[in-house]
Design a protein around this ligand. Structure first.
Ligand SMILES: NC(=O)c1ccc[n+]([C@@H]2O[C@H](COP(=O)([O-])OP(=O)(O)OC[C@H]3O[C@@H](n4cnc5c(N)ncnc54)[C@H](O)[C@@H]3O)[C@@H](O)[C@H]2O)c1
Ligand SMILES: *[C@@H]1O[C@H](CO)[C@@H](O)[C@H](O)[C@H]1NC(C)=O
Ligand SMILES: *[C@@H]1O[C@H](CO)[C@@H](O)[C@H](O)[C@H]1NC(C)=O
Length: 440
Protein backbone atom coordinates (compact mmCIF):
# COMPACT_ATOMS: atom_id res chain seq x y z
CA UNK A 1 0.00 0.00 0.00
CA UNK A 2 1.28 3.40 -0.82
CA UNK A 3 0.90 4.89 2.62
CA UNK A 4 3.08 2.18 4.12
CA UNK A 5 6.03 3.23 2.07
CA UNK A 6 5.78 6.90 2.70
CA UNK A 7 4.91 7.26 6.35
CA UNK A 8 6.39 5.91 9.48
CA UNK A 9 4.04 5.46 12.32
CA UNK A 10 4.18 3.42 15.38
CA UNK A 11 0.80 2.09 16.26
CA UNK A 12 -0.87 1.20 13.10
CA UNK A 13 -3.54 -1.36 12.75
CA UNK A 14 -5.41 -2.55 9.59
CA UNK A 15 -8.61 -3.62 7.80
CA UNK A 16 -10.76 -2.04 5.08
CA UNK A 17 -13.70 -3.19 3.06
CA UNK A 18 -12.91 -2.62 -0.57
CA UNK A 19 -16.23 -0.92 -1.11
CA UNK A 20 -15.03 2.13 0.75
CA UNK A 21 -12.20 2.73 -1.68
CA UNK A 22 -12.81 5.85 -3.75
CA UNK A 23 -14.26 4.97 -7.11
CA UNK A 24 -11.82 5.85 -9.84
CA UNK A 25 -13.93 4.80 -12.81
CA UNK A 26 -14.38 7.62 -15.33
CA UNK A 27 -17.79 9.27 -15.63
CA UNK A 28 -20.06 7.98 -18.33
CA UNK A 29 -20.10 9.91 -21.51
CA UNK A 30 -23.58 10.46 -22.77
CA UNK A 31 -24.19 10.74 -26.47
CA UNK A 32 -27.30 12.49 -27.54
CA UNK A 33 -27.31 11.64 -31.19
CA UNK A 34 -29.30 8.53 -31.93
CA UNK A 35 -28.71 6.29 -34.86
CA UNK A 36 -31.89 4.33 -34.81
CA UNK A 37 -30.82 0.93 -36.10
CA UNK A 38 -27.61 0.69 -34.15
CA UNK A 39 -29.11 2.06 -31.00
CA UNK A 40 -32.05 -0.33 -31.09
CA UNK A 41 -29.65 -3.20 -31.40
CA UNK A 42 -27.59 -1.80 -28.56
CA UNK A 43 -30.69 -1.37 -26.43
CA UNK A 44 -31.79 -4.98 -26.90
CA UNK A 45 -28.38 -6.40 -26.31
CA UNK A 46 -28.00 -4.28 -23.16
CA UNK A 47 -31.33 -5.48 -21.85
CA UNK A 48 -30.29 -9.03 -22.56
CA UNK A 49 -27.00 -8.48 -20.77
CA UNK A 50 -28.73 -6.97 -17.74
CA UNK A 51 -31.08 -9.95 -17.66
CA UNK A 52 -28.14 -12.37 -17.72
CA UNK A 53 -26.36 -10.46 -14.94
CA UNK A 54 -29.49 -10.38 -12.77
CA UNK A 55 -30.00 -14.06 -13.35
CA UNK A 56 -26.44 -14.78 -12.34
CA UNK A 57 -26.46 -12.82 -9.10
CA UNK A 58 -29.96 -13.26 -7.84
CA UNK A 59 -31.32 -16.50 -9.23
CA UNK A 60 -30.43 -19.22 -6.71
CA UNK A 61 -32.26 -18.02 -3.60
CA UNK A 62 -30.36 -18.88 -0.44
CA UNK A 63 -31.71 -22.28 0.33
CA UNK A 64 -29.79 -24.56 2.62
CA UNK A 65 -28.54 -26.54 -0.33
CA UNK A 66 -26.92 -23.84 -2.40
CA UNK A 67 -24.38 -21.26 -1.34
CA UNK A 68 -25.48 -17.66 -1.14
CA UNK A 69 -23.35 -15.29 -3.15
CA UNK A 70 -23.06 -11.71 -2.13
CA UNK A 71 -22.00 -9.10 -4.66
CA UNK A 72 -18.82 -8.59 -2.68
CA UNK A 73 -17.68 -12.08 -3.61
CA UNK A 74 -18.18 -13.67 -0.20
CA UNK A 75 -20.10 -16.84 -0.39
CA UNK A 76 -21.66 -18.85 2.35
CA UNK A 77 -24.41 -21.35 2.91
CA UNK A 78 -25.01 -24.83 1.59
CA UNK A 79 -24.58 -28.29 3.09
CA UNK A 80 -20.87 -28.46 2.59
CA UNK A 81 -20.29 -25.08 4.10
CA UNK A 82 -22.43 -25.93 7.12
CA UNK A 83 -20.59 -29.16 7.62
CA UNK A 84 -17.25 -27.33 7.61
CA UNK A 85 -18.62 -24.77 10.06
CA UNK A 86 -19.87 -27.42 12.51
CA UNK A 87 -16.77 -29.54 12.26
CA UNK A 88 -14.45 -26.60 12.91
CA UNK A 89 -16.50 -25.52 15.96
CA UNK A 90 -16.70 -28.99 17.47
CA UNK A 91 -15.14 -29.51 20.89
CA UNK A 92 -15.18 -32.43 23.27
CA UNK A 93 -15.06 -30.55 26.51
CA UNK A 94 -13.74 -27.06 25.96
CA UNK A 95 -15.13 -23.76 24.79
CA UNK A 96 -16.88 -23.15 21.50
CA UNK A 97 -15.51 -19.85 20.22
CA UNK A 98 -16.35 -17.63 17.29
CA UNK A 99 -13.16 -15.68 16.49
CA UNK A 100 -13.78 -12.57 14.38
CA UNK A 101 -10.78 -11.16 12.51
CA UNK A 102 -9.40 -14.71 12.53
CA UNK A 103 -7.17 -14.15 9.50
CA UNK A 104 -5.67 -11.10 11.18
CA UNK A 105 -2.41 -11.03 13.11
CA UNK A 106 -3.78 -11.55 16.63
CA UNK A 107 -6.76 -13.60 15.41
CA UNK A 108 -4.54 -16.23 13.80
CA UNK A 109 -2.38 -16.71 16.88
CA UNK A 110 -5.33 -16.81 19.29
CA UNK A 111 -7.32 -19.25 17.11
CA UNK A 112 -4.41 -21.66 16.81
CA UNK A 113 -3.66 -21.53 20.55
CA UNK A 114 -7.30 -22.25 21.42
CA UNK A 115 -7.57 -25.05 18.88
CA UNK A 116 -4.40 -26.69 20.17
CA UNK A 117 -5.75 -26.94 23.68
CA UNK A 118 -8.96 -28.57 22.42
CA UNK A 119 -11.47 -25.77 22.04
CA UNK A 120 -13.84 -25.63 19.07
CA UNK A 121 -13.05 -22.62 16.90
CA UNK A 122 -14.79 -20.98 14.00
CA UNK A 123 -13.12 -18.03 12.29
CA UNK A 124 -14.77 -15.10 10.51
CA UNK A 125 -12.90 -12.55 8.40
CA UNK A 126 -13.65 -10.39 5.37
CA UNK A 127 -10.05 -10.51 4.05
CA UNK A 128 -10.12 -6.82 3.19
CA UNK A 129 -7.13 -5.19 1.53
CA UNK A 130 -6.12 -2.62 4.16
CA UNK A 131 -2.83 -4.47 4.00
CA UNK A 132 -1.60 -7.25 1.72
CA UNK A 133 -4.46 -9.80 1.58
CA UNK A 134 -1.90 -12.42 0.50
CA UNK A 135 -0.59 -12.41 4.05
CA UNK A 136 -4.13 -12.99 5.33
CA UNK A 137 -4.53 -15.89 2.87
CA UNK A 138 -1.26 -17.37 4.09
CA UNK A 139 -2.47 -17.12 7.69
CA UNK A 140 -5.66 -18.87 6.59
CA UNK A 141 -3.52 -21.73 5.30
CA UNK A 142 -1.99 -22.01 8.78
CA UNK A 143 -5.46 -22.06 10.30
CA UNK A 144 -6.65 -24.65 7.82
CA UNK A 145 -3.84 -26.97 8.82
CA UNK A 146 -4.70 -26.48 12.47
CA UNK A 147 -8.30 -27.44 11.73
CA UNK A 148 -9.80 -23.97 11.97
CA UNK A 149 -12.25 -23.03 9.22
CA UNK A 150 -12.50 -19.32 8.42
CA UNK A 151 -15.80 -18.11 7.04
CA UNK A 152 -15.30 -15.30 4.55
CA UNK A 153 -17.76 -12.57 5.46
CA UNK A 154 -18.36 -9.28 7.18
CA UNK A 155 -19.27 -8.71 10.82
CA UNK A 156 -21.78 -6.11 9.65
CA UNK A 157 -23.69 -8.82 7.76
CA UNK A 158 -26.37 -9.66 10.32
CA UNK A 159 -27.90 -12.37 8.15
CA UNK A 160 -24.62 -14.23 8.10
CA UNK A 161 -24.17 -13.84 11.86
CA UNK A 162 -27.65 -15.16 12.51
CA UNK A 163 -26.85 -18.16 10.35
CA UNK A 164 -23.61 -18.87 12.22
CA UNK A 165 -25.38 -18.72 15.59
CA UNK A 166 -28.09 -21.03 14.18
CA UNK A 167 -25.56 -23.63 13.17
CA UNK A 168 -23.31 -23.40 16.26
CA UNK A 169 -24.09 -22.74 19.94
CA UNK A 170 -21.06 -20.57 20.67
CA UNK A 171 -20.17 -20.30 24.34
CA UNK A 172 -17.72 -17.44 23.65
CA UNK A 173 -16.97 -14.80 21.04
CA UNK A 174 -13.40 -13.54 20.69
CA UNK A 175 -13.95 -10.34 18.74
CA UNK A 176 -10.77 -9.13 17.02
CA UNK A 177 -12.10 -7.90 13.67
CA UNK A 178 -11.61 -4.16 13.32
CA UNK A 179 -10.31 -1.40 11.14
CA UNK A 180 -6.96 -0.77 12.75
CA UNK A 181 -4.39 1.92 12.07
CA UNK A 182 -4.12 5.42 13.41
CA UNK A 183 -3.06 7.40 10.32
CA UNK A 184 -5.31 5.60 7.87
CA UNK A 185 -8.36 7.09 9.57
CA UNK A 186 -7.70 10.38 7.82
CA UNK A 187 -7.78 8.62 4.46
CA UNK A 188 -10.75 6.35 5.00
CA UNK A 189 -12.82 7.33 8.04
CA UNK A 190 -15.85 5.36 6.79
CA UNK A 191 -14.06 2.05 7.20
CA UNK A 192 -13.67 2.72 10.94
CA UNK A 193 -17.37 3.43 11.29
CA UNK A 194 -18.21 0.33 9.24
CA UNK A 195 -16.14 -2.19 11.19
CA UNK A 196 -15.59 -0.68 14.64
CA UNK A 197 -19.03 0.85 15.20
CA UNK A 198 -21.67 -0.65 12.85
CA UNK A 199 -19.93 -4.04 12.73
CA UNK A 200 -19.52 -4.21 16.49
CA UNK A 201 -23.19 -3.34 17.06
CA UNK A 202 -24.30 -5.96 14.55
CA UNK A 203 -22.17 -8.56 16.34
CA UNK A 204 -23.57 -7.59 19.75
CA UNK A 205 -27.11 -7.75 18.34
CA UNK A 206 -26.46 -11.29 17.14
CA UNK A 207 -24.98 -12.24 20.54
CA UNK A 208 -27.87 -10.73 22.46
CA UNK A 209 -30.40 -12.72 20.40
CA UNK A 210 -28.51 -16.01 20.50
CA UNK A 211 -29.61 -18.86 22.76
CA UNK A 212 -27.58 -19.33 24.82
CA UNK A 213 -25.97 -15.88 24.80
CA UNK A 214 -22.18 -16.21 24.49
CA UNK A 215 -19.68 -14.36 26.69
CA UNK A 216 -17.72 -11.78 24.67
CA UNK A 217 -14.04 -10.86 24.88
CA UNK A 218 -12.98 -8.12 22.48
CA UNK A 219 -9.99 -5.99 21.56
CA UNK A 220 -10.08 -2.36 22.56
CA UNK A 221 -6.79 -0.47 22.43
CA UNK A 222 -4.26 1.43 24.50
CA UNK A 223 -5.02 4.33 22.16
CA UNK A 224 -8.09 5.13 24.30
CA UNK A 225 -5.68 6.75 26.78
CA UNK A 226 -5.13 9.39 24.12
CA UNK A 227 -3.40 12.53 25.28
CA UNK A 228 -3.05 11.35 28.90
CA UNK A 229 0.35 12.06 30.42
CA UNK A 230 -0.03 10.26 33.75
CA UNK A 231 1.90 7.01 33.52
CA UNK A 232 1.64 4.09 33.74
CA UNK A 233 -1.85 3.96 32.20
CA UNK A 234 -4.38 2.34 34.52
CA UNK A 235 -7.84 1.15 33.63
CA UNK A 236 -9.44 3.78 35.88
CA UNK A 237 -7.69 6.72 34.16
CA UNK A 238 -9.73 9.05 31.99
CA UNK A 239 -10.21 8.01 28.36
CA UNK A 240 -12.04 10.98 26.95
CA UNK A 241 -9.27 12.63 24.93
CA UNK A 242 -8.72 10.37 21.91
CA UNK A 243 -6.01 11.56 19.51
CA UNK A 244 -7.36 9.72 16.44
CA UNK A 245 -10.63 8.53 14.96
CA UNK A 246 -9.36 4.98 15.49
CA UNK A 247 -9.05 5.65 19.23
CA UNK A 248 -12.44 7.33 19.28
CA UNK A 249 -14.12 4.28 17.71
CA UNK A 250 -12.45 1.97 20.26
CA UNK A 251 -13.63 4.24 23.07
CA UNK A 252 -17.12 4.22 21.52
CA UNK A 253 -16.91 0.41 21.51
CA UNK A 254 -16.28 0.41 25.25
CA UNK A 255 -19.39 2.54 25.80
CA UNK A 256 -21.49 0.40 23.45
CA UNK A 257 -20.30 -2.67 25.39
CA UNK A 258 -21.55 -1.05 28.58
CA UNK A 259 -25.00 -0.59 27.06
CA UNK A 260 -25.36 -4.18 25.84
CA UNK A 261 -24.15 -5.43 29.19
CA UNK A 262 -26.59 -3.19 31.04
CA UNK A 263 -29.70 -3.84 28.96
CA UNK A 264 -29.27 -7.40 27.71
CA UNK A 265 -27.03 -9.03 30.30
CA UNK A 266 -24.17 -9.80 27.92
CA UNK A 267 -20.94 -10.70 29.69
CA UNK A 268 -18.30 -8.48 28.03
CA UNK A 269 -14.56 -8.11 28.57
CA UNK A 270 -12.57 -5.43 26.74
CA UNK A 271 -8.81 -5.84 26.35
CA UNK A 272 -6.68 -2.76 25.76
CA UNK A 273 -3.75 -4.12 23.75
CA UNK A 274 -0.46 -2.18 23.78
CA UNK A 275 1.46 -2.26 20.44
CA UNK A 276 1.46 -5.96 19.64
CA UNK A 277 4.30 -7.37 17.50
CA UNK A 278 5.69 -10.72 16.37
CA UNK A 279 5.77 -13.33 13.57
CA UNK A 280 2.88 -13.09 11.09
CA UNK A 281 2.47 -9.47 12.20
CA UNK A 282 1.00 -6.45 10.50
CA UNK A 283 2.90 -4.85 7.61
CA UNK A 284 1.54 -1.40 8.47
CA UNK A 285 3.31 -1.29 11.84
CA UNK A 286 6.68 0.37 12.37
CA UNK A 287 8.68 -2.70 13.46
CA UNK A 288 7.48 -4.49 10.32
CA UNK A 289 8.11 -1.83 7.68
CA UNK A 290 11.35 -0.71 9.36
CA UNK A 291 12.59 -4.27 8.88
CA UNK A 292 11.53 -4.25 5.26
CA UNK A 293 13.05 -0.83 4.54
CA UNK A 294 16.31 -1.49 6.37
CA UNK A 295 16.80 -4.70 4.36
CA UNK A 296 16.08 -2.80 1.13
CA UNK A 297 18.56 -0.09 2.14
CA UNK A 298 15.79 2.48 2.10
CA UNK A 299 15.72 5.41 4.52
CA UNK A 300 13.40 5.11 7.50
CA UNK A 301 11.70 8.03 9.21
CA UNK A 302 11.94 8.26 12.96
CA UNK A 303 9.73 10.75 14.71
CA UNK A 304 10.61 12.67 17.80
CA UNK A 305 8.46 14.64 20.21
CA UNK A 306 8.53 18.49 19.98
CA UNK A 307 11.34 19.12 22.51
CA UNK A 308 13.58 16.45 20.93
CA UNK A 309 11.78 14.11 23.30
CA UNK A 310 11.67 10.42 22.60
CA UNK A 311 8.67 8.55 21.33
CA UNK A 312 8.29 5.25 23.14
CA UNK A 313 5.98 2.28 23.03
CA UNK A 314 5.13 -0.48 25.42
CA UNK A 315 5.79 -3.19 22.79
CA UNK A 316 4.02 -6.43 23.68
CA UNK A 317 4.97 -9.78 22.19
CA UNK A 318 2.18 -11.75 20.52
CA UNK A 319 2.53 -14.84 22.75
CA UNK A 320 1.97 -12.68 25.82
CA UNK A 321 -1.14 -11.16 24.23
CA UNK A 322 -2.40 -14.67 23.41
CA UNK A 323 -1.98 -15.69 27.05
CA UNK A 324 -3.95 -12.62 28.07
CA UNK A 325 -6.77 -13.42 25.63
CA UNK A 326 -7.00 -17.01 26.88
CA UNK A 327 -6.95 -15.81 30.48
CA UNK A 328 -9.80 -13.41 29.78
CA UNK A 329 -11.85 -16.11 28.00
CA UNK A 330 -11.28 -18.60 30.80
CA UNK A 331 -12.38 -16.20 33.53
CA UNK A 332 -15.36 -14.78 31.61
CA UNK A 333 -18.65 -15.48 33.38
CA UNK A 334 -21.75 -16.51 31.50
CA UNK A 335 -24.08 -13.92 30.00
CA UNK A 336 -27.32 -13.63 31.95
CA UNK A 337 -29.93 -12.70 29.38
CA UNK A 338 -32.37 -14.51 27.15
CA UNK A 339 -35.20 -13.43 24.90
CA UNK A 340 -33.83 -9.88 24.85
CA UNK A 341 -33.94 -9.38 28.63
CA UNK A 342 -31.37 -9.85 31.33
CA UNK A 343 -32.15 -11.93 34.38
CA UNK A 344 -29.51 -10.37 36.60
CA UNK A 345 -26.41 -8.18 36.34
CA UNK A 346 -23.71 -9.60 34.04
CA UNK A 347 -19.94 -9.29 34.10
CA UNK A 348 -18.36 -6.18 32.50
CA UNK A 349 -14.56 -5.86 32.55
CA UNK A 350 -11.70 -3.86 31.01
CA UNK A 351 -8.03 -4.88 31.18
CA UNK A 352 -4.75 -3.48 29.94
CA UNK A 353 -2.59 -6.05 28.18
CA UNK A 354 0.88 -4.55 27.82
CA UNK A 355 4.47 -5.38 28.59
CA UNK A 356 5.04 -2.65 31.23
CA UNK A 357 8.37 -1.51 29.78
CA UNK A 358 8.22 1.27 27.18
CA UNK A 359 11.07 1.29 24.67
CA UNK A 360 12.11 4.36 22.63
CA UNK A 361 11.72 3.96 18.89
CA UNK A 362 15.44 4.67 18.45
CA UNK A 363 16.15 1.55 20.50
CA UNK A 364 13.72 -0.49 18.42
CA UNK A 365 15.77 0.55 15.41
CA UNK A 366 19.12 -0.36 17.05
CA UNK A 367 17.84 -3.83 17.91
CA UNK A 368 16.66 -4.32 14.32
CA UNK A 369 20.04 -3.12 12.95
CA UNK A 370 21.80 -5.63 15.14
CA UNK A 371 19.51 -8.51 14.14
CA UNK A 372 19.53 -7.67 10.44
CA UNK A 373 23.23 -6.82 10.41
CA UNK A 374 22.46 -3.72 8.35
CA UNK A 375 22.90 -0.10 9.37
CA UNK A 376 19.67 1.87 8.98
CA UNK A 377 19.54 5.15 7.06
CA UNK A 378 17.66 7.31 9.51
CA UNK A 379 15.72 10.48 8.92
CA UNK A 380 14.60 12.18 12.12
CA UNK A 381 11.52 14.39 11.86
CA UNK A 382 9.20 16.03 14.35
CA UNK A 383 6.10 13.91 14.90
CA UNK A 384 3.17 15.22 12.88
CA UNK A 385 -0.04 15.69 14.82
CA UNK A 386 -2.12 13.08 13.08
CA UNK A 387 -3.03 10.47 15.58
CA UNK A 388 0.04 9.06 17.27
CA UNK A 389 0.75 9.71 20.92
CA UNK A 390 4.18 10.20 22.50
CA UNK A 391 4.30 7.46 25.02
CA UNK A 392 2.46 4.34 26.13
CA UNK A 393 3.04 2.38 29.31
CA UNK A 394 0.64 -0.19 30.75
CA UNK A 395 -0.19 -0.84 34.35
CA UNK A 396 -1.16 -4.51 34.19
CA UNK A 397 -1.85 -5.25 37.84
CA UNK A 398 -5.57 -5.75 37.22
CA UNK A 399 -5.06 -8.49 34.59
CA UNK A 400 -2.44 -10.02 36.85
CA UNK A 401 -4.87 -10.14 39.74
CA UNK A 402 -7.78 -11.51 37.67
CA UNK A 403 -6.04 -14.17 35.60
CA UNK A 404 -2.36 -14.14 36.44
CA UNK A 405 -1.32 -12.20 33.34
CA UNK A 406 2.44 -11.79 33.30
CA UNK A 407 4.31 -10.95 30.07
CA UNK A 408 7.63 -12.79 29.73
CA UNK A 409 9.13 -11.71 26.39
CA UNK A 410 11.31 -8.62 26.14
CA UNK A 411 11.75 -6.66 22.91
CA UNK A 412 15.15 -8.23 22.04
CA UNK A 413 13.84 -11.76 22.29
CA UNK A 414 10.56 -10.99 20.55
CA UNK A 415 12.13 -9.12 17.64
CA UNK A 416 14.59 -11.96 17.15
CA UNK A 417 11.65 -14.29 16.58
CA UNK A 418 9.95 -11.77 14.32
CA UNK A 419 13.06 -11.21 12.20
CA UNK A 420 13.71 -14.90 11.80
CA UNK A 421 10.10 -15.44 10.65
CA UNK A 422 10.34 -12.44 8.32
CA UNK A 423 13.53 -13.65 6.70
CA UNK A 424 12.10 -17.10 6.12
CA UNK A 425 8.70 -15.96 4.93
CA UNK A 426 10.07 -13.46 2.40
CA UNK A 427 13.16 -15.47 1.44
CA UNK A 428 11.76 -16.85 -1.79
CA UNK A 429 13.14 -20.28 -0.89
CA UNK A 430 10.57 -23.06 -0.65
CA UNK A 431 12.30 -24.72 2.24
CA UNK A 432 12.54 -21.56 4.29
CA UNK A 433 8.96 -20.52 3.58
CA UNK A 434 7.89 -23.97 4.80
CA UNK A 435 9.85 -23.29 7.97
CA UNK A 436 8.04 -19.97 8.39
CA UNK A 437 4.79 -21.94 8.27
CA UNK A 438 5.88 -24.57 10.75
CA UNK A 439 7.18 -22.32 13.52
CA UNK A 440 4.00 -21.15 15.11
N1 LIG B 1 -1.78 -5.12 16.82
C1 LIG B 1 -1.83 -4.14 17.71
O1 LIG B 1 -0.83 -3.54 18.07
C2 LIG B 1 -3.15 -3.75 18.34
C3 LIG B 1 -3.12 -2.78 19.36
C4 LIG B 1 -4.32 -2.40 19.94
C5 LIG B 1 -5.52 -2.98 19.53
N2 LIG B 1 -5.52 -3.90 18.52
C6 LIG B 1 -6.81 -4.48 18.11
O2 LIG B 1 -6.68 -5.88 18.11
C7 LIG B 1 -7.50 -6.45 17.10
C8 LIG B 1 -6.67 -7.34 16.19
O3 LIG B 1 -5.66 -6.54 15.60
P1 LIG B 1 -4.61 -7.11 14.57
O4 LIG B 1 -3.33 -6.43 14.84
O5 LIG B 1 -4.66 -8.58 14.57
O6 LIG B 1 -5.20 -6.49 13.23
P2 LIG B 1 -5.47 -7.19 11.80
O7 LIG B 1 -5.88 -6.11 10.90
O8 LIG B 1 -4.31 -8.02 11.43
O9 LIG B 1 -6.71 -8.12 12.09
C9 LIG B 1 -8.05 -7.69 11.96
C10 LIG B 1 -8.76 -8.63 10.99
O10 LIG B 1 -10.14 -8.28 10.96
C11 LIG B 1 -10.60 -8.37 9.64
N3 LIG B 1 -11.73 -7.44 9.51
C12 LIG B 1 -11.70 -6.09 9.54
N4 LIG B 1 -12.92 -5.59 9.39
C13 LIG B 1 -13.76 -6.64 9.26
C14 LIG B 1 -15.15 -6.76 9.07
N5 LIG B 1 -15.93 -5.68 8.96
N6 LIG B 1 -15.69 -7.99 8.97
C15 LIG B 1 -14.91 -9.09 9.07
N7 LIG B 1 -13.58 -9.04 9.24
C16 LIG B 1 -13.00 -7.82 9.34
C17 LIG B 1 -9.42 -7.99 8.78
O11 LIG B 1 -9.48 -8.55 7.48
C18 LIG B 1 -8.24 -8.53 9.58
O12 LIG B 1 -7.85 -9.80 9.09
C19 LIG B 1 -8.15 -5.27 16.39
O13 LIG B 1 -9.41 -5.04 16.97
C20 LIG B 1 -7.23 -4.13 16.70
O14 LIG B 1 -7.89 -2.89 16.65
C21 LIG B 1 -4.36 -4.31 17.93
C1 LIG C 1 -24.20 -2.18 8.32
O1 LIG C 1 -25.30 -3.01 7.97
C2 LIG C 1 -26.53 -2.35 7.99
C3 LIG C 1 -27.62 -3.36 7.64
O2 LIG C 1 -27.48 -4.55 8.32
C4 LIG C 1 -26.58 -1.24 6.99
O3 LIG C 1 -27.83 -0.55 7.07
C5 LIG C 1 -25.47 -0.27 7.28
O4 LIG C 1 -25.42 0.69 6.27
C6 LIG C 1 -24.13 -0.99 7.40
N1 LIG C 1 -23.23 0.00 7.92
C7 LIG C 1 -22.06 0.29 7.37
C8 LIG C 1 -21.35 1.45 7.94
O5 LIG C 1 -21.61 -0.36 6.45
C1 LIG D 1 -1.83 0.13 38.97
O1 LIG D 1 -3.22 -0.12 39.02
C2 LIG D 1 -3.69 -0.54 40.29
C3 LIG D 1 -5.15 -0.81 40.17
O2 LIG D 1 -5.38 -1.83 39.25
C4 LIG D 1 -3.42 0.50 41.34
O3 LIG D 1 -3.81 0.03 42.61
C5 LIG D 1 -1.92 0.84 41.37
O4 LIG D 1 -1.70 1.91 42.23
C6 LIG D 1 -1.46 1.22 39.97
N1 LIG D 1 0.00 1.38 39.99
C7 LIG D 1 0.60 2.48 39.55
C8 LIG D 1 2.09 2.49 39.66
O5 LIG D 1 0.00 3.43 39.08
Amino acid sequence: MSQQKTVSHIDNLPSTPGKFKPDKSPPYIHRLRVHSAISRLTLWSSLFLIFIICFFFFSPPSSSASPRRALGGDSWGGHNWEKKVSRSAQTRSGLTVLVTGAAGFVGTHVSIALKRRGDGILGLDNFNDYYDPQLKRARRKLLDRAGVFVVEGDINDSELLRKLFDVVAFTHVMHLAAQAGVRYAMQNPGSYVHSNIAGFVSLLEACKSATPQPAIVWASSSSVYGLNSKIPFSEKDRTDQPASLYAATKKAGEEIAHTYNHIYGLSITGLRFFTVYGPWGRPDMAYFFFTKDILKRRAITIYEAPDHGTIARDFTYIDDIVKGCLGALDTAKKSTGSGGKKKRAAQLRIFNLGNTSPVPVSELVSILEKLLKVKAKKKVLPMPRNGDVKFTHANISLAHKEFGYRPTTNLDTGLKKFVSWYQDYYSGSKKRVARAFSNI
